[in-house]
Design a binder for this molecule. Structure first.
Ligand code: BG6
Length: 511
């Protein structure tokens, strides 16, 4: 992200090639590597943001060789690249791809990796700077970090850096997240740990900071005096698909709310940081999340709604119920939908509800943050009743549409004074064109520069878990009644609408 400063390498590094380094991808035979990481790194090389002195080492259980990995990834990139692949550039890229087959818990495998890293340093001039990307099942995170430490691969000496990107899920509750922080913190210092949340890699999510803190006109009204409430919607039109093994142990609250939705919430609610230094931004985000009013077990029933989809249609496609998906327990209690009402207890937000909802198999794929302003205090126009004047909404459209819109009242042309709702719209693609990306480019590039602004700090992850713990506990103790309670292709269960109706509000209509 431009205009943010990194570590000792300095802010002016952004926009220039990253420092020489080797990236090791643990679990390189998985989907993430071919779908996101390699296309993202390829895009960085296209944008001249990778250093010339660069290498990638895949590490996975299966036997393999540099040649086999190059052949496989050359096929995959044709399928998953976000644009045309330039054969000359791919050749350059491919020469830097290597592979080590080994066991994640075998010290000998890490000795092999150490040799491969030393070889890459010689062959590609990568100078002993290593980025380890943990794209494995979460059960292996602590083990890999410990093995790396034992093999002497995490110590930063002679100006060399060693960093570790940890994929989600980061724990499955507060205790396990604390234990994981403790385990990896025994080997790495906090500034070597980059906990990824891919929502922070999305351009429009990063834009929230720029929008709020580069414009003088919004911040003065960004508070309880002018804002009635905030709605955060992350709706997916896909169902659980082939991921039942993971999803059955997770559910929407763990999978989406504790991380992605809370990151959005923090960016909307945080105070202005004193600078765009990583720690300054992350301090404010952590403070915002720490201010979320704790939910008592009794409140869970009032301010948290869970849902699970049944059979339904999305467009012309028939979607089978969650419980009939492959690998799902036919009487599963796992929620595929969550809606919450939260309050942030501080001077800026006291009394302003934040309504959050996320679900799978919903009508449309849409992520947006809608800020509803308070209504005009007094209505001057004849025949218009105050309660019929629609409120102003500022909507930050995150995906698939990327932009910002503001709805307000304007006079409908004609001799009678009548007000009608209109929209002022900004579309990203119209102003800046649209260069498709994977969403991982900025995150990988920032990590190579040592800029942790867009990564989660230990305390933020833990406070996220702290907020959801009472809900997890109550939901684990009380089986959901009436599952499935929403049809695939709808906007979720009726209770989610009631959550707002009981406050005299409604979810913004998304067309
Ligand atoms: C992942 C979740 O973190 O985010 C998935 O594990 C979900 O269940 C995905 O589908 C959504 O990401 P995006 O970028 O498609 O909104």
């Amino acid at each position: 992200m431009q205009s943010r400063s990194g570590d000792a390498s300095g802010p002016d590094q952004h926009g220039r090639p990253a420092n020489p380094c080797t990236i090791v991808i643990f679990g390189s035979s998985g989907d993430l590597t071919k779908r996101k990481l390699i296309p993202a790194l390829y895009n960085l090389s296209k944008g001249k943001l990778l250093p010339k002195e660069f290498a990638i080492i895949g590490f996975a259980r299966s036997e393999g060789s540099d040649a086999a990995v190059r052949e496989q990834l050359a096929k995959d990139i044709r399928e998953y690249a976000t644009g045309a692949v330039d054969p000359r550039l791919w050749n350059w890229f491919e020469e830097r791809l290597h592979y080590v087959g080994g066991n994640f818990n075998d010290p000998k495998s890490y000795e092999k990796l150490k040799e491969a890293l030393a070889k890459a340093d010689k062959q590609h001039g990568t100078r002993g700077n290593y980025l380890f990307y943990l794209a494995t099942p979460p059960g292996l995170f602590a083990e890999i970090v410990q093995q790396l430490g034992n093999a002497g691969l995490t110590a930063e000496e002679n100006g060399q850096w060693r960093r570790v990107i940890v994929e989600k899920p980061f724990g499955r509750d507060l205790d396990s997240a604390r234990a994981l922080n403790g385990a990896i913190g025994g080997t790495l210092s906090e500034n070597q740990i980059y906990r990824i949340d891919h929502y922070l890699g999305k351009e429009t999510v990063q834009n929230i900071l720029v929008f709020r803190f580069s414009n003088g006109i919004f911040e003065p009204i960004w508070n309880r005096q002018y804002i009635d409430h905030v709605q955060i919607t992350v709706a997916e039109s896909v169902g659980v698909e082939q991921r039942a093994g993971y999803y059955e142990t997770s559910g929407a609250l763990r999978d989406m709310v504790q991380n992605h939705l809370f990151q959005l919430l923090a960016l909307i609610a945080m105070e202005p940081p004193i600078s765009f230094e990583a720690e300054a931004v992350r301090d404010e985000k952590a403070k915002a999340l720490r201010s979320v009013q704790p939910i008592s077990p009794e409140d869970v029933l009032k301010c948290a709604v869970r849902g699970q989809y049944g059979d339904g249609m999305i467009g012309s496609n028939a979607i089978p119920a969650y419980r009939s998906s492959p690998g799902v327990n036919p009487s599963s209690n796992t929620e595929s939908f969550v809606a919450l009402k939260l309050f942030i207890e501080n001077w800026r937000w006291a009394g302003v509800p934040f309504y959050l909802r996320t679900g799978k198999a919903m009508k449309r794929r849409v992520t947006e943050i809608a800020i509803q302003f308070k209504r005009a205090p007094h209505v001057l126009f004849r025949g218009t009743e105050a309660e019929h004047v629609p409120a102003n909404f500022l909507v930050l459209h995150i995906q698939p549409r990327e932009g910002i819109s503001l709805s307000f009242q304007a006079k409908v042309p004609g001799p009678v004074v009548r007000a009608g709702a209109v929209d002022m719209e900004f579309e990203y693609s119209k102003y800046f064109g649209s260069d498709p990306t994977t969403g991982y480019e900025t995150l990988l590039y920032d990590c190579m520069l040592g800029d942790a602004t867009l990564f989660q700090r230990a305390d933020t992850v833990e406070v996220g878990w702290q907020v959801v713990t009472p809900i997890l506990d109550v939901w684990a103790a009380l089986r959901a009644r009436g599952f499935p309670n929403y049809a695939a292709g709808s906007w979720g269960p009726d209770e989610a609408a009631e959550l707002l109706e009981q406050d005299g509000r409604a979810w913004r209509k998304i067309d």
